[in-house]
Design a protein around this ligand. Structure first.
Ligand SMILES: [Mn+2]
Length: 200
């Protein structure tokens, strides 16, 4: 087993980000993105994927949380890709069905090396709702785009049901976390890279 940890920093005119993670952690997190509801979502991701995660981010949130939230997603994806290394010995696939009260979300992750996101089922108007007064519902899909494209995952997220935007967003992150946890886990029966191509 190799050390599956990474630190990535990213500086632009729109945001400043420092992120460290350990894929073989216990779910411990220390997250300050300057976007409170996003901290809540990322804390849930760390906890339920058993990824140790530290983030310090700031940006032009006086304009909108969009740049900072998206850029943290980009950096999180980059760090996941780097930490996964050659992907030898992992399960590769993971899936989860996670409720949060009335909300129910299915997530499927393939650590495929081929970025693809299929995302559906959020109720009409979800994308316009400002969760906590500052985090626009549209950013949930946008953050999953940023993570999956930069980590080169194939990710399917289906909101099966739900009414409360906070519940739906949180269940999406928890379902993604549980599916990712399975996919990145070492499988003792797997030797080498789990692909007939010999590379992921
Ligand atoms: Mn954007």
């Amino acid at each position: 087993m190799t050390n599956r940890a990474a630190t990535v920093t990213r500086e632009t005119s729109e945001s400043s980000i420092e992120l460290s993670l350990d894929l073989d952690g216990t779910g411990t997190s220390d997250i300050q993105t300057s976007v409170p509801f996003y901290d809540h979502l990322l804390t849930a991701f760390a906890k339920h994927s058993l990824t140790d995660l530290r983030i310090r981010a700031s940006g032009d949130t006086h304009i909108d949380v969009h740049h900072t939230a998206e850029d943290v997603g980009i950096v999180l994806g980059q760090a996941i890709l780097e930490a996964l290394g050659d992907k030898a010995g992992i399960s590769r696939y993971g899936d989860a069905l996670v409720p949060l009260d009335e909300a129910l979300v299915q997530a499927v992750v393939d650590i495929s090396g081929r970025p693809y996101l299929v995302h559906s089922g959020e109720p009409a108007g979800f994308e316009l709702h400002r969760i906590g007064g500052h985090f626009t519902g549209s950013m949930v899909r946008h953050v999953f785009e940023a993570i999956t494209f930069n980590a080169r995952l194939t990710t399917h997220i289906t909101v099966v049901g739900g009414r409360d935007p906070h519940h739906i967003a949180e269940a999406e992150f928890k379902a993604f976390a549980r599916a990712f946890r399975q996919a990145k886990a070492y499988d003792p029966q797997v030797t080498g890279i789990p692909s007939t191509k010999g590379a992921l």
